[in-house]
Design a protein around this ligand. Structure first.
Ligand code: UTP
Length: 322
């Protein structure tokens, strides 16, 4: 396996428990995508022909995850059904001599998909805490499906490689312009070496002037089970929600905490512009679509008045993709 990191002291650590479980919090309300998300979970919105949750599950499996834990809520059953066997569909496809391989990524080893209900969406920290019984006494990964991470190896794979050397807790980070930090969890960095950064503190949605850096947490975590005990007593934080970032911040100092800068691309599919950018970018990279999509974009850009689209909106995405 190739090493993506330079470590200050690359001595082998004590035998560590492997990261076998991943938690996918999917109980949020998806209010930024209403009315689309009134009856359809945000995590089922497709980037071309794969729902967001499928990208996250594929990334987790590539990283060696065996057990998938979905934190669900009202109206989220479509996510679980997506990973079920659709007998009628498969029988009809077989009758019509259609290939079934397209469904392969949706197949789960029986017993490896668990759902836990979060009755009220009280925040990401609370969603993770809901998984405490099924996580048990093991390190676990957390993947937020609306953060689409594209890379080879994938983001969680890169983090598991770092975990194998460092143990403890890890978050994935990326640099953003300073004016964007107040929308995210931000780390206070210590030493930096290649893709690795020591985490000395974390703060959720700081004011720009209070932010300890412009390194934001980008939706992937490897956490030790002790975080569940910290979450138990976690007060509400930014936005009146029980924040995972606040619980992690309380663990810094007691446990190793590092950040991995993801070598790859990230799309914030929880925002409309990020979702469109992901769709266009991935379409332009697909052999079956690239030529058609490029032609469509060109036509749109050549259209009279195309220049009048504000440069910060969809126009900027189209212009940079053309
Ligand atoms: P977001 O804040 O991005 O998702 O939470 P949201 O609340 O669904 O979306 P908006 O802001 O209203 O548009 C990040 C992830 O955490 C989950 C969400 O489903 C999403 O995957 N989440 C959030 C929960 O599972 N429970 C919660 O209480 C909050």
């Amino acid at each position: 396996m190739s090493m993506h990191f330079k470590i200050p002291s690359a001595t082998p650590g004590p035998a560590r428990k492997r990261v076998r479980k991943a938690v996918f919090p999917v109980a949020g309300l998806g209010t930024r995508f209403l009315p689309a998300t009134k009856a359809v979970p945000k995590e089922m919105l497709p980037i071309i022909d794969r729902p967001l949750i499928q990208y996250a599950v594929d990334e987790a499996r590539e990283a060696g995850i065996e057990e998938l834990i979905f934190i669900t809520g009202r109206g989220k059953t479509a996510i679980v059904e997506h990973f079920d066997t659709a007998f009628e569909l498969e029988a009809t496809m077989k009758d019509r001599a259609k290939a079934l391989e397209i469904l392969e990524p949706t197949r789960i080893q029986p017993g490896n998909l668990l759902t836990v209900r979060q009755q009220v969406p009280l925040g990401l920290g609370h969603a993770i805490w809901c998984a405490r019984a099924v996580v048990g006494d093991e390190p676990f990964a957390v993947l937020l499906p609306d953060e689409l991470m594209i890379g080879a190896p994938g983001c969680l794979r890169q983090m598991v490689d770092a975990y194998d050397m460092l143990g403890g807790n890890l978050v994935s980070v990326l640099e953003v312009p300073e004016e964007e930090v107040s929308s995210y969890g931000v780390i206070a960095p210590g030493w930096r070496d290649g893709a690795l950064t020591e985490v000395k503190g974390l703060v959720e949605k700081p004011r720009r002037e209070d932010a300890p850096s412009n390194l934001i947490i980008s939706g992937r975590y490897i956490l030790q089970p002790e975080v569940m005990r910290t979450l138990e007593t976690q007060e509400k934080g930014a936005g009146g929600e029980i924040q995972l970032t606040d619980a992690m911040a309380r663990m810094v100092g007691d446990q190793p905490f590092h950040a991995v800068t993801f070598a790859g691309r990230r799309f914030d599919c929880g925002s409309k512009a990020g979702f469109v950018e992901a769709t266009l970018t991935l379409a332009l990279e697909r052999a079956d679509l690239a030529a058609d999509v490029r032609a469509i974009m060109q036509k749109l850009l050549d259209r009279p008045g195309a220049d009048s689209v504000p440069a910060t909106g969809l126009g900027a995405v189209l212009a940079s993709a053309a």
